[in-house]
Write a protein that binds this ligand. Structure first.
Ligand code: AKG
Length: 268
C-alpha cells in the first residue's frame, strides 16, 4: 500500500494528497458512535476531551493511528521509523459556528527539521457544507507565514492563530467520505469553515514524525508506531491498557503541562 511515484510527486508538489482509504465507512461510523458515548459519559465535548494525544485515551483512535494503510502511506513520505507526536479529534456539531483559521502547524509544533506529516482521517463525511479541511496547495514551498493570535472563541485553535491576507481563491476543499484520509505537511497552510449543514463533521488528525526530528520546546514524548527509534530525542509515551486508563490520564496531565510550560518559556 505504499504511495506510487505519481502520488509522491503530487504530495511533494502540492503539500497534500487525497483521498486515501483507511477504514470502511461502517467501521468509521461505529467509531464515531463509540467516541460520542465516551464523551457523553465523561460529560465533555469530543474536541475538549480528545485534543492532545487522543490515541492514548481511546483505543479506537490508537488503532487508527497504527492503521497499516495510513502507516504505509506515511512510511512512503518519512521512512520506515515512525513516531506519533500527538493526535486530535476535530469535531463540529451540525450548524456549528466554529471554524479553524488558516495556519501552518510548523509555526507551533516546535519540530526541527519540519518533516512532520499529518494524516487527517474522516470519521464522518467531510464536505464543503459541513466544514471540511481546506488547504492552500503549494504553500509549503513558500517562506514561513506570520500568525496573528486572535483568541476568537469560535476558532477551534486554542490561541486562534491566523494567517491574514491569503488568496482564498487558491484554497482546495479536502472532501472525503467516511473512512478516507488525506495527508498534508506541517508547513501546508490549512484551515476549515464552520459547519453550515445538519450533519456532524468529525475528523481525526494524527501527527507523524521520523525519530531524527528534534523537539525545539524541550524534552517531550511520542509513541513509536512502526520501526525503531535510533535517535532517542523523544521519551516513550506509555501504551494504554484500555479506554480511559487512569494511569494514562495522570500521565497526560503532566505531559500537557510540560508541553505548555516549555512553549510558554520559549515564546517569552
Ligand atoms: O479539522 C479541522 O478543521 C482542522 C484540522 C487541523 O488544523 C489540523 O489537523 O492540523
Amino acid at each position: 500500500m505504499r504511495l506510487s511515484d505519481q502520488q509522491l510527486q503530487t504530495f511533494r508538489r502540492e503539500g497534500c494528497l487525497f483521498p486515501q482509504r483507511a477504514l470502511q465507512a461502517e467501521d468509521a461510523g461505529r467509531r464515531v458512535a463509540a467516541l460520542q458515548a465516551f464523551a457523553q459519559a465523561k460529560g465533555q465535548s469530543l474536541t475538549a476531551l480528545l485534543r492532545f494525544k487522543a490515541h492514548l485515551r481511546f483505543r479506537a483512535l490508537e488503532e487508527i493511528a497504527r492503521h497499516p494503510a495510513i502507516l504505509d502511506a506515511v512510511e512512503s513520505l518519512i521512512g520506515p521509523d515512525i513516531l506519533v507526536f500527538t493526535s486530535t479529534v476535530w469535531a463540529k456539531a451540525p450548524q456549528d459556528r466554529r471554524y479553524v483559521s488558516w495556519h501552518q502547524d510548523s509555526a507551533y509544533f516546535g519540530l526541527d527539521p519540519h518533516e512532520e506529516v499529518t494524516a487527517w482521517v474522516a470519521l464522518t463525511d467531510s464536505r464543503r457544507d459541513n466544514g471540511c479541511l481546506r488547504v492552500i496547495p503549494r504553500s509549503h514551498l513558500e517562506a514561513d507565514y506570520s500568525h496573528e493570535e486572535t483568541g476568537d472563541a469560535d476558532n477551534l485553535l486554542i490561541r486562534g492563530q491566523a494567517i491574514r491576507g491569503l488568496d482564498e481563491n487558491a484554497a482546495l476543499d479536502v472532501e472525503l467520505e467516511p473512512g478516507e484520509f488525506s495527508l498534508h505537511t506541517e508547513r501546508t497552510v490549512h484551515g476549515s469553515l464552520a459547519n453550515a449543514s445538519a450533519r456532524p463533521r468529525i475528523g481525526y488528525a494524527v501527527f507523524y514524525i521520523p525519530p531524527h526530528v528534534r523537539s525545539t520546546l524541550g524534552r517531550r514524548s511520542a509513541l513509536l508506531v512502526r520501526g525503531e527509534d535510533r535517535h532517542g530525542h523523544w521519551d516513550a509515551d506509555p501504551v494504554p491498557v484500555g479506554d480511559d486508563d487512569p494511569a494514562i490520564e495522570a500521565y497526560m496531565q503532566s505531559a500537557f503541562r510540560r508541553y505548555r510550560d516549555q512553549e510558554a518559556s520559549s515564546a517569552a
